[in-house]
Write a protein that binds this ligand. Sequence first.
Ligand code: G4P
Length: 545
Amino acid sequence: MKLKVQPAQVQNNLLSEQLVWEVSRRRNFAIISHPDAGKTTLTEKLLLYGGAIQEAGAVKAKKAQRSATSDWMAMEQQRGISITSTVLQFEYREHLLNLLDTPGHQDFSEDTYRTLAAADNAVMLIDAAKGLETQTRKLFEVCRMRQLPIFTFINKLDRPSLTPLELIDEIEQELGLTTYVVNWSIGTGDQFRGVFDRRQQRIHLFQKTAAHGSKKAADTVISLGDPRLESLLEPELYHQLKEDLELLDGIGSELDIEAIHQGKLTPVFFGSAMNNFGVELFLEAFLDYALEPTAHESNQGEIPPTYPEFSGFVFKLQANMDPKHRDRVAFLRVCSGKFEKDMVVTHARTGKTIRLSHPQKLFAQDRETVEVAYAGDVVGLNNPGSFAISDTVCVGERVRYPDIPSFSPEMFAFLKNADPTKYKNFNKGVSELQEEGAIQILNSTDESKRDPILAAIGQLQFEVVQFRLLNEYSVETRLEILPYSVAQWVTDGWEALEKVGRLFNTFVAKDRWNRPVLLFKNQWNLEQIIADHPDLELSPIALPP
Ligand code: G4P
């Protein structure tokens, strides 16, 4: 009997069935928050409930030894802050979650922006006592720009807080984001009694956990109609709850998954990460409402995640994560097809062929070799200098994903090599850190000033560069801070600049591609130049050529 389908086709069909299944079970997300809102705590508790760790304790350890599970570098440990992004993968029920961890410190927002370019969903974590804070607002704007679905987790309800209505109101009014309350807080602070879960119409009673909830907590659940409820809650809380629920059902928004996926409606959760309270409820609902990996825009049109050919883009580079091996890793977000260890791919920018050997999955200090990965996953690739931020790698037809915009620097300083005999190490270190995207480097147009100019978003970026040059390249450096705070690229180049002649109060520098960049003392100076030279085309950011 003649076969209707040929073996190759059978294989293709099997692959596509597997692709569809693998993509549909994946959910990828990043947490955005202001430092101290509890991101480390929530991350850990998600891992605890996802079974990736058996016991949480990194926050405690962070306090004791100034180190945490997702911290790598010695400097992070000294300061107890999280600088580098890590990617944590865990399974929950039949789903596979990828948590793209973002640096908490505000000076590292550039890395966070890049990580958000690789994320499909964002979790906005808010401290219930403080409400919206600056870093959260900034990052929210990036999410909005990318139209990411946003889930809101309001944390620390066990402490004196704003009222749930005040918090909801702030999100709606200040961010212009419609909310859909998934669970509702019953009391706050000393009077925090639990949450009402609107999905199951049940009340989860709050219990403080021992040891900051290092182990999973017992969950006591009763229905709304349970006669015990009235005796379990103080009379005013009981009445408040009844009133609130009527209000929510009466004037609150409807659940609209489409609007969540478009980033227009945020599901809201209340809880206490430290006490493991509300974490599982959050996970359950998140899996139902979050966006699975979707199509990515490319120069060849939209590439769906189930497209059979593999493709992905680099969103972060990191050097020397393991001090024992002095290595470099490029983080690749898989966008389509099936990634396999040792596969041969095309590097879209250069057209070169590369074998992807030693791919890694990173879980804090531990590394595992990745055999396969699908859309929504992140793979760490050994990067012997071949990758830059935004590079696409693919199999088959050469696709290119759009460049991730880099943000306009606001602080500038000459970087001086304190020991001229170490000039080789100095140059190597500076060039590697620039390539990695740790910092932008500019140069003076004045030939007598050879020192590179560090261009950063925040002060801490300077310190990291100096620290890493010393630790990884054995070079001591000094900074000479420049009195500028605004950078603008001249979009039509040197000729345009020559035409306008001498500019006052302005520093003329060039970027790594020899394009002119003007540095201004302040916004006012910039506006003056714009007014005086209407023909000059300026832009606060520039994409790689
Ligand atoms: P971050 O990564 O966003 O910077 O925050 P992190 O998780 O480190 O949490 C910051 C502080 O907030 C920690 O306290 C942490 O224990 C506390 N925290 C996190 N979630 C909750 C919560 O649900 N309720 C309460 N009451 N606190 C919470 P710390 O001062 O660093 O240490 P410790 O007081 O826990 O010893």
